[in-house]
Design a protein. Structure first.
Length: 332
């Protein structure tokens, strides 16, 4: 009996492409390990993160977004998926804010002043900086396009809902100008340009597409190396002894995506939309929340530890979620 079960499991695993997904994810996280090693050996010090991040945000990621969108053919299902992901993401952040509030309150985390920071840590997800390259590598252009739509809603949340959370529900003034300024970035400009090309069915010259594709493909290794450098520069030992803090980190990478999967399971959404909403919820805490905590004069160090620990946890949870979602929705 035992001898017959193992071959059956292997047969199901490889026939459904699970092995291929696992290998893709393993390669990506090997790049994180390379960045970690580069930091610890002094090749890439902590100061290099700012320069590499600027390269990603201003050059390679816009190229990745433009080339990926422009290479697709517009279909009715794509338009529907985009609307479903946009509306679903709005609902997600409202619901996730409520869940994080109840979760942190149930833990009775002390001090009280840090509870808002933990709520934002649980709710937010690194779906741009980390999500774009991983999603592109595992699921391809269609899901990547939907992740771009989701990331637009994330930016609105970061500069509105996250500020309210960090300030523990205080009546903080949310500046519309600040939200609009956050959206005025090269990646959004490239996204809009790609959508125009997609709608008008305009093909870019082959040399231009080759340039954009080549530059865009460099986003994956560079961004993963940056994540590794950030992990190498973080105080992981200081966070390891706080059990309530670790539970909040697990809530970010396990509880929130599990609740999202349960929520979309019975909804009349297309499979690509469901996959996008759940996988976006599975990503670790967004790096931008550290800056938000610092600006609001809250515990930015705690938020930084949250980013590091959830990112470390995601090296296990993200491959698991990718495999689960591919099995459920047959999309890779």
């Amino acid at each position: 009996m035992h001898n017959s079960i193992l071959p059956l499991i292997c047969h199901i695993w490889y026939n459904n492409g699970m092995g291929e997904v696992f290998i893709k994810v393993a390669v990506i996280f090997a790049m994180i390990a390379a960045g970690f090693a580069a930091n610890r050996t002094g090749i890439l010090p902590k100061e290099s993160v700012g320069h590499l991040s600027s390269l990603l945000v201003s050059v390679t990621t816009p190229c990745l977004a433009l080339s990926s969108i422009a290479s697709q053919d517009l279909t009715g299902s794509m338009v529907r998926e985009a609307w479903e992901v946009a509306v679903g993401s709005v609902v997600f952040y409202i619901a996730a804010m409520a869940v994080s509030y109840l979760f942190v309150r149930a833990l009775k985390y002390e001090p009280d002043s840090d509870r808002g920071v933990l709520q934002a840590m649980i709710t937010s997800g690194n779906t741009g900086f980390m999500g774009f390259p991983i999603t592109k590598a595992i699921f391809g252009n269609t899901i990547f396009f939907l992740f771009i739509i989701q990331n637009i809603i994330l930016n609105v949340y970061i500069f509105s809902g996250a500020i309210l959370q960090i300030n523990q529900g205080a009546q903080e003034h949310i500046s519309i100008k600040k939200i609009l300024r956050s959206l005025a970035n090269p990646c959004l400009a490239a996204t809009l340009a790609g959508i125009v090309l997609l709608i008008t069915d305009t093909d870019l010259p082959e040399p231009v597409m080759d340039f954009l594709t080549t530059m865009g493909d460099s986003t994956i290794p560079i961004s993963m190396i940056v994540v590794g450098v950030q992990l190498g520069s973080s105080d992981l030992k200081g966070a390891a002894g706080n059990s309530k803090f670790l539970l909040c980190c697990l809530a970010n990478v396990v509880l929130i995506p599990a609740l999202t999967l349960a929520a979309v399971w019975f909804l009349p959404l297309l499979d690509a939309s469901k996959l996008t909403l759940v996988y976006a919820a599975a990503f670790p805490t967004a790096v931008m929340t550290v800056a938000m905590a610092a600006i609001e004069h809250k515990n930015a160090e705690l938020m930084s530890q949250g980013v590091a620990v959830t990112t470390l946890m995601s090296m296990i949870t993200l491959p698991v979620w990718a495999i689960i979602l591919m099995a459920l929705y047959s999309f890779a």
